[in-house]
Design a protein around this ligand. Sequence first.
Ligand code: SAH
Length: 254
Amino acid sequence: MNAKVWLVGAGPGDPELLTLKAVRALREADVVLIDDLVNDAVLEHCAGARIIPVGKRGGCRSTPQAFIHRLMLRYARQGKCVVRLKGGDPCIFGRGGEEAAWLRERGVEIELVNGITAGLAGATQCAIPLTLRGVARGVTLVTAHTQDGSHLNWQALAQSGTTLVIYMGVAKLGEIREQLLAGGMATDTPVAMIENASLPHQREYRSDLTAMEEDACAFELKSPAILVIGTVAACATSSQWERGLPAMVADQTA
Ligand code: SAH
């Protein structure tokens, strides 16, 4: 039997945001290796699979990547249906690319299953249209966290005219603000901070580039959270939507 591993996105947290294909993979799985940030509620779709937590919540501070690779390979070679379940999308800041390449090199067949990435989910849950027509011509997903010490071209980002969605930025708010200001972004650029997107305990806070670090501190913003930086981040909050079409969107539909 051919060894096969499914690399599956579990979405941002709300189990209803799981894809049908992810549900099918979970139903067929013999072994599921789950990451931090995966809502355990999605495991209800597993029929008797062995569940192996490989993130911090699993008791280990952080399971070494090489160990996870070997574990997937071992089970796949035993002919087991292996699902590697990751928060959000497996290929957005999720090491899906690395894992797929490593396994393919060893003759393992890979099936990648999309998940809704946290940045896109968080914005939509807060009624922020990331690419609002006439306001933002695109969206850029970036991480503020690098392991190799490389630097983003913040100036290019500041001047890109796209909405910035920043992952893993909670501990780097000061640095992000300084870099974007130095790159020429307007001091009053709207910022939305969204914690635990799509979960019942989701929290959001609207601020601007100058005040975001102070506001995040007062709001006690915690990881996991995403930042949305750009004009669209001033779009009405979900509760304002309930009361009628917000002004910025109404302008665009005129
Ligand atoms: N593969 C994941 C991202 C993993 S990196 C995805 O596609 O979503 C981990 C970062 O994702 C966190 O630090 C945070 O910035 C973001 N994140 C993940 N889940 C989140 C959630 N429910 N709400 C807000 N941010 C989240």
